[in-house]
Design a protein around this ligand. Structure first.
Ligand SMILES: O=P(O)(O)OC[C@H]1O[C@H](OP(=O)(O)OP(=O)(O)O)[C@H](O)[C@@H]1O
Ligand SMILES: O=C(O)c1cc(=O)[nH]c(=O)[nH]1
Length: 215
């Protein structure tokens, strides 16, 4: 996994820690760590490294359309499709309730091979829903590529059972190793996040922070 990108995320403080008031993930899981890759769009030099890493990761895949997930995947899909001179789409979480009523905007995906661009994978739920949307629209998804994954077992399962390749530039263990070697996180912080990552679903309830029920 890519150490340079992990370092960039840490140096630009996209990675945040808060054990006293843990973050709530979209899945409802509570966490003392949050990786806010959205912040990286603010840094032209570093974001270019991330765009190049996305392109490197997907270089062996044959795709016709670059599709960003709404919302955090969209800026990356824009830069990637621009660099590769390929058509771009973006995938909404739900059909738009007015206007043209689309769920996929931009390039027509019907009958096309689509590469989905996501910023981050936790449970994999959001990005796999994007895969299903592409399939429903008549496209095939050659892979989902994301900047970062927490390597949850659940995410691996969702993708392998759903028959879609999941590619990631960097991951939790690489991030933790870089943070340790470069002295970015203290021993206490490192053991906090390692403890959480062993059993993310039960970490919150065990520490007095119930998970949020997302239905
Ligand atoms: O793997 P999952 O458990 O689904 O979690 C990861 C998703 O959560 C975040 O999106 P968020 O819902 O915060 O929306 P945003 O992209 O609009 O910021 C992130 O951008 C991923 O899409
Ligand atoms: O699961 C999430 O919602 C999530 C986790 C994280 O670290 N970063 C993010 O943007 N979303």
């Amino acid at each position: 996994m890519n150490k340079e990108i992990a370092k960039v995320l840490l140096e630009k403080k996209a990675v945040k820690l808060n054990a006293k008031d843990p973050f709530t993930f979209v899945s409802g899981i509570r966490s003392p760590i949050y990786c806010d890759n959205r912040q990286m769009i603010a840094y032209p030099e570093e974001r270019e490294k991330i765009v190049n890493a996305f392109i490197h990761e997907s270089q062996n895949h044959d795709f016709e359309i670059v599709a960003g997930t709404s919302t955090a995947g969209i800026p990356w899909a824009s830069w990637i499709s621009d660099k590769l001179n390929k058509p771009m789409s973006y995938i909404r979480g739900a059909k738009k309730g007015h206007g043209a009523g689309n769920q996929v905007e931009g390039a027509e995906i019907n009958g096309k091979r689509v590469l989905i661009i996501e910023d981050l994978i936790s449970t994999g739920g959001s990005s796999f829903r994007a895969v299903e949307t592409v399939r429903k629209g008549g496209g095939s998804c050659v892979a989902v590529v994301a900047i970062f994954t927490y390597d949850f077992i659940k995410a691996g399962k969702v993708f392998s059972e759903g028959g879609c390749k999941l590619l990631t530039i960097t991951n939790f263990s690489t991030l933790v190793n870089v943070a340790k070697n470069d002295g970015i996180l203290t021993e206490t912080e490192l053991s906090l996040v390692l403890d959480w990552n062993k059993d993310p679903k039960n970490w919150g309830p065990k520490h007095g922070f119930p998970n949020v029920d997302k239905g």
